[in-house]
Design a protein. Structure first.
Length: 343
C-alpha cells in the first residue's frame, strides 16, 4: 500500500505573514546574462545593495553558482553568507520554497512546481531544485505540492487569509489541468489558509518575455491583519488606472478570514515612476523599498514611513532590478523564526 504524506495543513502548518519575525532572508545571485543584457554587472551591484540593506536587520543567505562565493562576499560584505549551489536565475521569491510553521515553532519548507513563469526561460531545472537544497541547508522537512505556484503570486496575513490575482494563477500556462476551485484547495492545503481573495489584475506591463503574468507583489502588500496597501494611480493616463479600481472593488467586497472588511491604504504611483514601490520587502524592523531617480522617491518613502511607523524605511537601487522584471520583494524570501541560518 502506498503511504500518502499529509499536506502542511493536515500536519498543522501554515505560512506566517511577512511581518512575522525572520530567522533569515534568502536571495539568489544574478546568473542569467541574457535577461540582464548589458546591465548584468549593474544587477550584481544592486542585488548586493539590497543584500547589505537587509543584512543590517536579519541574516542573509545568498545562493550562487559554484565558484562565485568570493564575488558575493566581495560585493555584499561578510554579513551575507554565500551558499554555492547550481542556479539558473535569480528570483528567490518565485523559485524558492514557501516556509511554514506550526504551533510548536517547528518550521518546514513547501516546494511548489516551478516552470519559469509559464515556460518563459530555459533551462530552469536547477531553480526547480532550490526548495530541496534550502530545506537540506536549513535542516527542515520538505512538503511537495502537486501544482505550479510562484511566491510573488500571493500574500498571506498569517491568520488564514490569502490574496492573489486571477491574471496569474488562472493563466493556462501554469496549471491548465486544474479548475479555480482546485487551485483554491491547493492553496488551503499547502499554505494553511482558509479564505482566498482573487484580485483581477497584476500590472498590465507584467507580460512578455520577462513577465510573470500579473504577480500580486507589484501592486499590493499586506501591511497588517485586516490591512492592505494597494497601488491606485490617480492619473487617468496610467495603464493601471482602471485595473487598480477593479482590484480595489474586489478587496472592498471580500471579507478576510476573520470576517473583517479590509482597511486599504492607497499608494499613488507617478506615471513616470521607474520602479514599483509596492514591491518592497518587510525585513525584521525595516521596509526595503526600491527607488529610482525621478524625483518622486522622497515623497513615497515619507508615505511609507507613515504606513509603517514602527519600521525603518530603507531605499535601495531599484531601476536595474525593475529592468529585469521585479523589485526587492521578488528577489527575497523570508525564513521564519525557528530556523538558524546555516544549521
Amino acid at each position: 500500500m502506498t503511504e500518502t504524506m499529509p499536506t502542511p495543513a493536515e500536519a498543522g502548518f501554515s505560512m506566517p505573514a511577512e511581518w512575522s519575525p525572520h530567522a533569515a532572508c534568502v536571495m539568489v545571485w544574478p546568473a542569467r546574462r541574457e535577461l540582464w543584457q548589458d546591465r548584468f554587472e549593474e544587477a550584481k551591484r544592486d542585488y548586493a545593495a539590497v543584500a547589505r540593506a537587509i543584512a543590517a536587520f536579519e541574516p542573509v543567505v545568498m545562493l550562487c553558482n559554484p565558484g562565485l562565493a568570493a564575488e558575493v562576499v566581495d560585493l555584499c560584505g561578510t554579513g551575507v553568507e554565500p551558499l554555492e549551489v547550481p542556479v539558473d536565475d535569480s528570483w528567490a521569491r518565485d523559485s524558492g520554497p514557501a516556509f511554514v510553521t506550526n504551533d510548536n515553532g517547528d518550521v518546514a519548507a513547501v516546494k511548489f512546481g516551478f516552470n519559469a513563469w509559464g515556460n518563459r526561460w530555459h533551462p530552469h531545472d536547477q531553480d526547480a531544485l532550490i526548495p530541496d537544497r534550502l530545506a537540506a541547508h536549513f535542516g527542515v522537512p520538505l512538503f511537495r505540492a502537486p501544482f505550479v505556484l510562484e511566491g510573488g503570486a500571493f500574500f498571506v496575513d498569517g491568520e488564514g487569509s490569502l490574496i492573489t490575482t486571477e491574471q496569474c494563477l488562472l493563466n493556462p500556462n501554469r496549471n491548465p489541468h486544474l479548475t479555480k476551485a482546485e487551485i483554491e484547495q491547493g492553496l488551503r492545503d499547502y499554505l494553511g489558509v482558509s479564505t482566498i481573495t482573487w484580485l483581477p489584475y497584476g500590472h498590465s506591463l507584467d507580460v512578455g518575455p520577462a513577465g510573470t503574468d500579473g504577480h500580486i507583489d507589484g501592486v499590493a502588500q499586506y501591511i497588517a491583519p485586516g490591512r492592505v496597501l494597494l497601488e491606485v494611480p490617480s492619473d487617468r493616463a496610467s495603464s493601471e488606472y482602471e485595473r487598480a479600481r477593479a482590484n480595489l472593488a474586489r478587496l472592498q467586497e471580500t471579507p478576510d478570514a476573520a470576517g473583517r472588511s479590509l482597511d486599504i491604504d492607497f499608494l499613488d504611483p507617478h506615471l513616470d515612476a521607474e520602479v514599483s514601490y509596492a514591491n518592497h520587502y518587510l525585513a525584521n524592523g525595516a521596509v526595503i523599498v526600491p527607488i529610482g531617480d525621478n524625483g518622486h522617491d522622497a515623497d513615497v518613502l515619507d508615505f511609507l514611513g507613515g504606513v509603517y511607523p514602527d519600521r525603518t524605511i530603507v531605499g535601495v537601487p531599484g531601476a536595474t532590478i525593475a529592468f529585469g522584471g521585479g523589485g526587492p520583494h521578488c528577489i527575497t524570501q523570508q525564513v521564519p523564526a525557528g530556523v538558524v541560518a546555516g544549521k
